[in-house]
Design a protein around this ligand. Structure first.
Ligand SMILES: O=C(CO)[C@H](O)[C@H](O)COP(=O)(O)O
Length: 275
C-alpha cells in the first residue's frame, strides 16, 4: 500500500480558516478587526523580542493573530494559546508556539469577550474556552480585551443574553444544575448543545467537559456570583472574569473609531478612564 504523507503546507491548508480580507468584512467583523489591530499595535512592540504573549480564543482574536502575522517584528515572540482553535492558528501562521506548562509567567494576554462592563469585568466563554483562557490570563502580567462596540455594557448580563458560561465535569451535570437552580430560583440553566448537523449531543470543551449557560438577568455583583458558582463541586470554571482586565479596545461598527477603556490608579484603588 502506498502511503502519501501530506506536506506541512498541505496540512495547514486542510484546515479551513475564515477569510479576513478587509474588503469583504461585515460591519461587525470590521469592528472586531479595528479593535484587534489597534490593541496589537499599541500593546505589543518590538521590545517584546523575547516576550511571552497569551492569545485568547474566538473570532476577534483571529484578527489579532492576523495582525501579529503581518508584524514581522513580532515573530520572535512566543505565543501561548488558550484553545485548540488558537493553537492551530499559531501554527497556521508559522508563529512560535509555547505552552502554559513551559511559561507560567506570561507578559501579556489579549483576548476577546462576550460582554464588558464599566469596570472592565467581562463575560467570557461564548466559544467554550473559558478555562484555558483564565489559566493563561491569570498567569499574565497584563490582560487586554478586544471586542466590537456591541459588547460594551453597563451591567454584565444585560447584553450577552445567552447566560453565564459554566464549564463542568460531565459527571456533575445533574448536581450542578440542581444546586444552581436551588441558589437562584429565577435562573434558567441550559446544557449547551452542539449544532446537530455537526455533532449530536452537547458541546464538549477542549478539556472534555460540558458547558452550561446560566441566564440570571443583569448581574449586580459579578464577583460574588462568580465565587458562589465556582465553589460548587463539579464546576471547572465560570465565565465571569472580574478584576482581571486592565484595558479594553472596542471597534466601532459605523465609523472607523476605536474606543479604549483603561484602568488608572487613583488613591488606593483604580478608576476606568474612557478615551
Ligand atoms: O470567551 C471566548 C471564547 O471562550 C471568546 O473570547 C468570546 O466568546 C468572544 O468571542 P468573539 O471574539 O468570537 O466574539
Amino acid at each position: 500500500m502506498l502511503l502519501i504523507r501530506p506536506s506541512s503546507s498541505l496540512l495547514r491548508h486542510a484546515i479551513a480558516f475564515r477569510s479576513l480580507a478587509t474588503h469583504s468584512l461585515s460591519k461587525a467583523e470590521r469592528g472586531k478587526q479595528l479593535a484587534a489591530y489597534r490593541a496589537v499595535d499599541e500593546m505589543l512592540d518590538s521590545s517584546l523580542e523575547k516576550g511571552i504573549i497569551g492569545l485568547g480564543s474566538g473570532s476577534t482574536i483571529e484578527h489579532a493573530i492576523e495582525r501579529i502575522h503581518q508584524r514581522k517584528d513580532l515573530h520572535s515572540v512566543v505565543y501561548v494559546p488558550t484553545s485548540f482553535q488558537t493553537k492551530r492558528l499559531i501554527l497556521h501562521y508559522n508563529l512560535r508556539l509555547g505552552n502554559i506548562d513551559q511559561y507560567t509567567s506570561v507578559d501579556l494576554t489579549i483576548d476577546g469577550a462576550d460582554e464588558v462592563d464599566a469596570n472592565l469585568n467581562a463575560i467570557k466563554g461564548g466559544g467554550a474556552c473559558l478555562f484555558q483562557e483564565r489559566l493563561v490570563a491569570q498567569a499574565s502580567k497584563k490582560f487586554v480585551l478586544i471586542a466590537d462596540e456591541r459588547k460594551k455594557s453597563d451591567k454584565l448580563g444585560s447584553k450577552y443574553l445567552r447566560g453565564i458560561p459554566i464549564e463542568i465535569v460531565p459527571m456533575a451535570l445533574q448536581t450542578v444544575l440542581f444546586n444552581i437552580q436551588n441558589m437562584w430560583e429565577n435562573a434558567t440553566v441550559r446544557l449547551r448543545m452542539a449544532t446537530p448537523t455537526d455533532k449530536a449531543g452537547p458541546v464538549v470543551t477542549d478539556n472534555g467537559n460540558l458547558i452550561l449557560d446560566c441566564q440570571m438577568g443583569p448581574i449586580d455583583d459579578p464577583v460574588n456570583v462568580y465565587r458562589d458558582i465556582k465553589l460548587l463541586t463539579g464546576v471547572v470554571d465560570v465565565g465571569l472574569f472580574c478584576n482581571m482586565a486592565e484595558v479594553a479596545y472596542f471597534g466601532g461598527l459605523e465609523d472607523e473609531k476605536v474606543d479604549i477603556w483603561y484602568k488608572q490608579k487613583s488613591g488606593k484603588g483604580s478608576t476606568v478612564v474612557r478615551s
